[in-house]
Design a protein around this ligand. Structure first.
Ligand code: NJP
Length: 229
């Protein structure tokens, strides 16, 4: 079996996660692709080289059993997990009277509990590989945005990255928070000028991963030129 490093990505069916999978595969990683959309994941896994290089695992990150099964599938296919990128998430319109309560519930569970579950499920494997945890936060997790519960979820992810970093201190596992500004992905309903491309963020992820083992890049904030806030 190959000993190429293994990168597990949640939210891999589109946007930042899919772009990171492509970048990482091109850099020699084997990849484990997780999201709910099985068809998109399967197509990406085929594009990235099929079962020896990329596997698709249908996963709802809000479900603990799915996260456990995801890591088990990675170990079964590739024997190790070197990097976990907890990236699955989505937004909501701003305004405390916007969106449905059910949308809020799904968003909070996905962005906060889902990320925590994914990291928790992966830690035993990452201890074996002396691996790396990355989480997708947001610049919205660094400032208060009027009426944005999404921003609140990303504040939680900012805190989570630091809580995990301190908890894993002494294990050799590295922890990185990726905090993007606006990125042109299906996160937004409509395209607009002046956003980053997913691949811009993917390169930032690879930068953190590719540092020597003694270097822990703790946070990367990345905005498009022209995004002031
Ligand atoms: O968006 P998109 P991004 N279980 O919609 C998956 C953050 N961010 O790449 O399950 C498992 O292309 C969903 O797949 P599916 C953002 O908050 C973005 O922009 O098949 N997976 C898809 O693969 C998020 O944390 C911007 O529907 C679940 C992926 O999540 C991360 O970047 C700015 C899931 C979302 O991909 C990636 O978002 C920023 C679940 N329960 C932060 N629910 C931005 N785009 O401007 C969803 O600061 N997914």
């Amino acid at each position: 079996m190959s000993d190429d490093p293994v990168l597990l990505i949640t939210g891999a069916s589109s946007g930042i996660g899919a772009a990171t999978a492509r970048r990482a595969a091109a850099a020699g990683h084997r990849v484990v692709l997780a999201a709910r959309s099985e068809d998109k994941l399967a197509a990406l896994a085929t594009e990235l080289g099929g079962p020896d290089r990329a596997i698709a695992v249908a996963t709802d990150v809000t479900t603990w059993d799915d996260n456990e099964a995801l890591v088990a599938a990675a170990l079964d296919a590739f024997g190790r997990v070197d990097v976990v990128f907890a990236n699955a998430g989505f937004g909501a319109s701003r305004g405390w009277l916007e969106e449905t309560p059910e949308h809020w519930r799904a968003m909070v569970l996905t962005n906060v509990l889902g990320a925590a579950y994914t990291v928790r499920a992966a830690i035993p494997a990452l201890k074996d590989s002396t691996g790396h945890v990355l989480l997708t936060g947001s610049v919205a997790g660094r400032k208060v945005m009027p009426g944005s519960l999404y921003s609140c979820t990303k504040w939680a992810v900012t805190a989570m990255a630091e809580a995990v970093r301190q908890d894993l201190d002494g294990t050799g596992i590295r922890t990185t928070l990726i905090s993007p500004g606006a990125v042109q992905t299906p996160f937004f309903d409509d395209p607009a000028e002046g956003r980053l491309e997913s691949d811009d963020v993917a390169r930032a992820v690879l930068y953190a991963i590719e540092q020597p083992g003694n270097v822990n890049v703790n946070e990367i904030a990345i905005r498009p030129i022209g995004q002031a806030a």
